[in-house]
Design a protein around this ligand. Structure first.
Ligand code: NAP
Length: 254
């Protein structure tokens, strides 16, 4: 069938977004709801009101589940109530943490926490929900990567390692699952104004040097990510597989 605008529609689809309480996860959740999806909002803290209100304003629907993604050992079991109730069409692995400390002093417990939330839990989510998708021969997985999936970053070695792993995992899963109707891709946000980057924006020198390198001349807003997420979640991207889509105001092209 030749292209139609409603290939971008997510009506009738169920999307699970982790880290949906704040920032990019909230914006992507609201974007997917605006495109018609039912949202499963996975959060850590018992206060998802802002995201819920934004979805309700669009007459969208949602259900919220609280899961600590750092508890990788019990993650499969903690996902069971969701899997028993829903057949998930779209999985957005967005939750992530950052720990800023030079490599020489990097705390090993923090290293492990970053790895658990940013990559170990993502593999379990992909495997558990991916198996459901493989069974029905249809699904979209979107992992949230970073510019530090390509670059080294400064004083964030655990974060950089975890985000390089996200790019690798995305491509590995895409290779295995593209033939089974499941597209696995990633979005690499540039410098986006959220809690994750508050320390950088509060540092006048870093803030200025970051701004000077962004061709768009501004920090990204979380809403800047929603369009890319809707595209990768929709039928319009059915032949896109294993791609890391950079949304960065031009940073990587500089
Ligand atoms: P954020 O507002 O700090 O969002 C992080 C989210 O992760 C929060 O909603 C948080 O949930 C969730 N989370 C943290 N630990 C968790 C845990 N143990 N279990 C469950 N959820 C947990 O920052 P953000 O910028 O929107 O980050 C979203 C994603 O984008 C992250 O993967 C980040 O690495 C990536 N990213 C951000 C930027 C940027 O410039 N901002 C750039 C590149 C990539 P609670 O609030 O409920 O604790």
């Amino acid at each position: 069938m030749s292209f139609q605008l409603d290939f971008f529609s997510l009506k009738g689809k169920t999307a699970l977004v982790t880290g949906a309480r704040t920032g990019i996860g909230q914006a992507i959740s609201v974007g997917l709801a605006a495109a018609g999806a039912h949202l499963i909002l996975v959060g850590h803290q018992d206060n998802m009101q802002e995201t819920q209100n934004k979805i309700a304003e669009l007459q969208g629907t949602y259900e919220t589940f609280l899961i600590d993604l750092s508890d990788v050992e019990n993650l499969k079991a903690n996902l069971q109530p969701i899997l028993e109730k829903y057949s998930i069409d779209i999985l957005v692995n967005n939750a992530g943490v950052i720990y800023r400390e030079p490599a020489a002093a990097h705390n090993v417990n923090e290293w492990n926490r970053v790895m658990d939330v940013n990559i170990n839990s993502v593999f379990t989510l992909c495997q558990t929900i991916g198996n459901q998708m493989i069974e029905k021969k249809s699904g979209k997985i979107i992992n949230i990567a970073s510019l530090l999936s390509f670059q080294g970053g400064i004083n964030v070695p655990s974060y950089t390692a975890s985000k390089h792993a996200i790019a690798g995992l995305t491509k590995a899963l895409a290779n295995e699952w593209a033939s089974q109707g499941v597209q696995v891709n990633a979005i690499a946000p540039g410098y986006i104004s959220t809690n994750n980057t508050e320390a950088l924006r509060n540092d006048e020198v870093r803030n200025q040097s970051i701004l000077e390198r962004i061709p768009a001349g501004r920090w990204g807003q979380a809403d800047d990510l929603a369009g890319a997420a809707v595209f990768l979640a929709s039928r319009a991207s059915d032949y896109v597989s294993g791609h890391v889509l950079v949304v960065d105001g031009g940073w990587m092209g500089r």
